[in-house]
Design a protein. Sequence first.
Length: 260
Amino acid sequence: MVENFQGKVVLVTGASSGIGAETARQFASLGASLAITGRNAENLQNVAKDCGQKNVLIVVGDVSVEEDAERIIRETIDKFGRLDVLVNNAGILENGGIKDTSLAQYDRIMAVNMRAVYHLTMLAVPHLIKTKGNIVNLSSVAGTRSFQNILSYCISKSALDQLTRCTALELAADGVRVNAVNPGVISTPIFERAGMQDQAVKEYLEGSKETHPLGRVGQPSEVANAIVFLASDRASFITGATLPIDGGRQLTCSRATVKQ
Ligand code: NAD
């Protein structure tokens, strides 16, 4: 059986970059109709082009803004009349441990990585129940292991793992599956966006060859492969899973830090 998303509608948040963009491209290649959302219209246009543009809806918005989240779901349903898969991918990373963090940082990270996912999930569930659809959340190895210097990020991803399990339990009777992927270090612009300088990113990615037992960082396509699998009928008996896509990172001791 090959994954086939003909006639299915997939919503990917943070689809303008990195893992989200690659996930959108993979779903498109398997016949899905797509709603892609993010804050950068130009990048979303480029991703839509890669997806063949047919059956692609672009919704520009910030997932942490309540009206935007409502509009993302509303425009998706207005355009396609249904929703089969929600991929909660949008996320941010920032440096900071308990000695140098702030409540403002905690609020920023939780607003995007957790509260927005909670909100979009609430809004999407009535539609997913109708289609017996499913949700894939983008968590992290930082949700299941402890890392220095990215405290709020770790907390946000742990909370997301628990959201995944609790909603999976609640929605199982409705035929709606909920899963998460937990990547290790993946080569995307997230580190630059977190404020790391180019050289620091280079060194961090190089150092990750040591911390990931498979001896390298991952690529966005390797995470997208797993997202597509979990969203497909091939994963029909999988719910509440938090799947490491991390070259074995979760097996090793976790002393690596994200440096500026
Ligand atoms: P990325 O920075 O390339 O992509 C993140 C996307 O989310 C971008 O399109 C960004 O614009 C969008 N986004 C951020 N805040 C948003 C907001 N408020 N509203 C709408 N869109 C918003 O990073 P990525 O590596 O592709 O990250 C995707 C997901 O994977 C994130 O949830 C991240 O935490 C998770 N992840 C990444 C890694 C990694 O090493 N790259 C590892 C584990 C988990």
